[in-house]
Write a protein that binds this ligand. Structure first.
Ligand SMILES: Nc1nc2c(ncn2[C@@H]2O[C@H](COP(=O)(O)OP(=O)(O)OP(=O)(O)O)[C@@H](O)[C@H]2O)c(=O)[nH]1
Ligand SMILES: [Zn+2]
Length: 302
């Protein structure tokens, strides 16, 4: 029985890409009736077993165990997030980047960061709000997040991001207008995801009626065509778990006097002292404090 991967789900059909034959078309399949009875609903990203039927279609007979299950977008077995942030238009938003990193850490995803619109840097030079990218790249790389400086417009850095997607199922996330679709279009010849100026998209979310689909890359990687969590999503972690989502805190947190230390005002908190000694970035630590406050405020409200 052939095995494959669901790359698209639409109107009761599942489109299964056979595992064995690279480059072949996906097979249009129905799911076996028993799934409904067992309360299983196959998801895009699921590894399945299927049988070919006489009309050239197929039947999904088994859904193999999932390693993960994202809700937004609804995709199984995602193992990597690509956080997309523009250097300008909209301006680089590092607090939001840190918030997205909390999301991806709590979801257990590997994460890479793509900074976009590099071509806008020159124009910025000399201006007060110009970003100095060197320290930013150095900081996030030192924490363990590969960071790429790209321009879809000028084809810079696109291949480097593409190479990191090989053999994995990835989801892109980032604010509206940062260039997620443009970056994907630059990686996939022939793909033409809709790209637009921000102003045209402020109405209804354009993704609400769309069905998620996995885009196949030449290197075997798969990418969801619908972005992941957004800036409007609440952090799903508890206050006690937040510090664990800041990877670089971990070795210091082990040395805090109290177990469950929130690294706030506790005595003998090694995370606080590491921050004072410059071993932990002040901007990351301040964003940590900000998120901690948000989590507590939310709890109070409900
Ligand atoms: N200068 C410059 N502009 C870019 C670049 N990449 C994208 N843009 C522009 O940024 C705008 C938004 O690009 P999109 O690719 O639609 O952004 P998105 O993140 O997919 O936006 P949503 O679909 O709203 O989430 C468009 O006007 C693009 O032309 C780039 O590398 N350089
Ligand atoms: Zn502490």
């Amino acid at each position: 029985m052939p095995a494959g991967l669901i790359v698209k789900a639409l109107s009761g059909y599942y489109y299964v890409l056979p595992e064995e034959a690279a480059g072949v078309e996906s097979v249009q399949c129905r799911a076996r009736g028993v799934f409904k009875k067992r309360g299983i609903s196959p998801l895009v990203g699921d590894r399945v077993q299927f049988e070919l039927t006489e009309n050239g279609e197929g039947t999904v007979t088994e859904v193999l165990p999932r390693t993960s299950e994202l809700i937004r977008p609804p995709v199984a077995n995602v193992d990597q997030a690509v956080l997309v942030f523009s250097i300008d238009e909209p301006a680089l938003n590092l607090p939001l980047l840190d918030k997205f990193l909390v999301h991806t850490e709590s979801a257990g995803l590997d994460t890479i960061i793509a900074l976009t619109k590099r071509d806008l840097i020159e124009r910025q030079e000399g201006e007060a709000e110009a970003v100095d990218l060197g320290p930013v790249v150095e900081l996030y790389e030192s924490i363990g997040y590969p960071m790429f400086v790209t321009s879809a417009k000028e084809g810079i850095g696109v291949e480097d991001v593409l190479a990191k997607l090989a053999g994995r199922i990835s989801v892109f996330a980032g604010q509206s207008g940062v260039g997620k679709s443009s970056l994907l279009n630059a990686m996939v010849p022939g793909l033409s995801l809709e790209t637009n100026a921000i102003s045209m998209k402020l109405g209804r979310g354009k993704h609400t009626t769309r069905h998620v689909e996995l885009i196949r890359l030449q290197n075997g990687g798969l990418v969801a065509d619908t972005p992941g969590f957004s800036q409007l999503d609440f952090l799903q972690v508890e206050a006690e778990g937040l510090g664990g989502c800041f990877r670089e805190f971990l070795p210091y947190a082990e040395e805090c006097r109290f177990r469950g230390c929130l690294h706030l005002h506790e005595p003998d908190c090694r995370v606080q002292s590491a921050q004072e000694e410059g071993l932990i970035s002040a901007s990351r630590y301040n964003n940590y404090l900000q998120f901690l406050q948000e989590i507590r405020d939310k709890k109070r409200r409900y």
